[in-house]
Design a protein around this ligand. Structure first.
Ligand code: GZL
Length: 312
C-alpha cells in the first residue's frame, strides 16, 4: 500500500517535493556544517521549502523532529541518522503517513522498505583506502597505530574501522594498539590523543594515527604538537573528509593523507525525490558518492582554496 499510496500522491499532485523536513545530526564537524550549507543551497536552487532541525547529536531529538515533520504533512523527509539502530518505529510512522524518507551520509539497520533510498559513500572502502595508504607509506619495520573512531554505533565508525583493518592486512608489521571514540569532534580527537600519548609514554612507540574524520585528526595534531612531537613525520596521520583545514595541515607537513567525502548528499537526494514524487520512479536503495585520496603531493593549497568557501 506504500507504493500505491505514493503513486496516488503522484497522480494527485504530480509536483516535485515542495516541503521537505531535514533531520540533521548536528554540527559536530566541519564536514557536517558543509553538508548543511550545501543542502540549504540545493533546496534554494530547486524552490524547495526546507524545514531544518539540528539534533545536537542526540537520536531522541531526531526522532522527535521526524514525528513533527510527519505531523506537518511534509512531502518528504531527509535523515542523517546519528546511529544505525533504533529507527524502526519512527520510520514505520513516516511510511504509514506515506512520506518518503531519504537517508544522508549514514546508514540504518532498519529494513530497506522503511526508506526510499540512502545517499552516501562506501564507508568501508574509505577505511580500506586509508589502510592501504599506510601500508604503502609506513616506515620500515613495526608500525604501531592508534585509532580515533567516530561516534559509537554510527555506520561510519563501524564501517571505517572494518575497512581500515582490511586495508592493513597487506602488512604484518602494522598493529592497531589503541582505539577509542573521539565522537567526530576536534575536542574529542585532542583529548583522546592526549590520553593515547600518556598511555604510550610519549610518541616514540606510535608510528601512525588513523582518524575516522579530519576534525579528530586536527584535534590530535594539536595534542601531538603540545607534546613536542612532530605530526606528519614522527607520527603519520591519515583521516577522512577532505575538509579545507586538513589541506592546510597537509601543506604544513602536519598531516599526510585524507580521503574525500563530498558534502553534497542532498543534490542526489532531491533528484531522486523529484523523480519519485513527479513520475513515481523508485530509485535504487543506495546512491553512492565517490571517494578520492589526497596526499602531500596533490597541491594541498589548491585543494584548500577550492573548498574554503563551501560552508565548512
Ligand atoms: C560520514 C559522515 C561523518 C563524517 C564526519 O558519511 O557521517 O559524520 O565523516 C561527520 O565528519 O561527523
Amino acid at each position: 500500500e506504500y507504493v500505491l499510496g505514493a503513486a496516488f500522491a503522484v497522480l494527485s499532485t504530480g509536483a516535485p517535493a515542495q516541503t521537505i523536513g531535514f533531520s540533521q545530526i548536528g554540527s559536530e564537524s566541519g564536514w557536517r556544517a558543509a553538508e548543511t550549507t550545501v543542502t540549504q543551497q540545493e533546496a534554494e536552487k530547486r524552490g524547495i521549502d526546507l524545514r531544518f532541525s539540528d539534533a545536537q547529536q542526540r537520536q531522541e531529538n531526531q526522532i522527535a523532529a521526524i514525528r513533527s515533520y510527519v505531523a506537518q504533512g511534509v512531502d518528504a523527509i531527509l535523515l542523517a541518522p546519528v546511529v544505525a539502530t533504533g529507527w524502526d518505529s519512527v520510520l514505520e510512522e513516516a511510511k504509514e503517513a506515506e512520506i518518503p524518507v531519504v537517508l544522508l551520509d549514514r546508514r540504518v539497520d532498519s529494513s530497506e522498505d522503511l526508506y526510499l533510498t540512502a545517499v552516501g559513500s562506501d564507508l568501508v572502502h574509505e577505511g580500506e583506502v586509508a589502510g592501504q595508504w599506510l601500508v604503502d607509506n609506513k616506515p620500515e619495520g613495526e608500525c604501531r597505530v592508534v585509532e580515533l573512531q567516530g561516534t559509537t554505533g554510527s555506520s561510519p565508525a563501524i564501517d571505517r574501522a572494518t575497512g581500515f583493518r582490511t586495508g592493513i592486512e597487506g602488512s604484518d608489521d602494522i598493529e592497531i594498539v589503541r582505539s577509542q571514540t573521539g565522537d567526530f569532534t576536534r575536542s574529542g580527537g585532542k583529548e583522546v590523543m592526549e590520553s593515547f600519548l600518556q598511555a604510550e609514554g610519549g610518541g616514540d612507540n606510535i608510528c601512525a594515527l588513523y582518524a575516522h574524520n579530519d576534525d579528530m585528526a586536527l584535534g590530535a595534531i594539536q595534542a601531538i604538537k603540545e607534546a613536542g612531537i612532530d605530526p606528519g613525520d614522527d607520527i603519520l596521520i591519515v583521516s577522512i573528509d577532505a575538509v579545507p583545514d586538513i589541506f592546510l595541515a597537509i601543506a604544513e607537513g602536519d598531516a599526510n593523507a585524507t580521503v574525500e567525502l563530498t558534502p553534497n548528499m542532498a543534490g542526489p537526494a532531491f533528484d531522486a525525490l523529484d523523480a519519485y514524487l513527479t513520475d513515481g520512479v523508485a530509485p535504487t536503495k543506495f546512491i553512492q558518492t565517490e571517494s578520492a585520496l589526497y596526499t602531500q603531493g596533490d597541491d594541498p593549497m589548491a585543494e584548500y582554496e577550492a573548498r574554503k568557501d563551501l560552508g565548512y
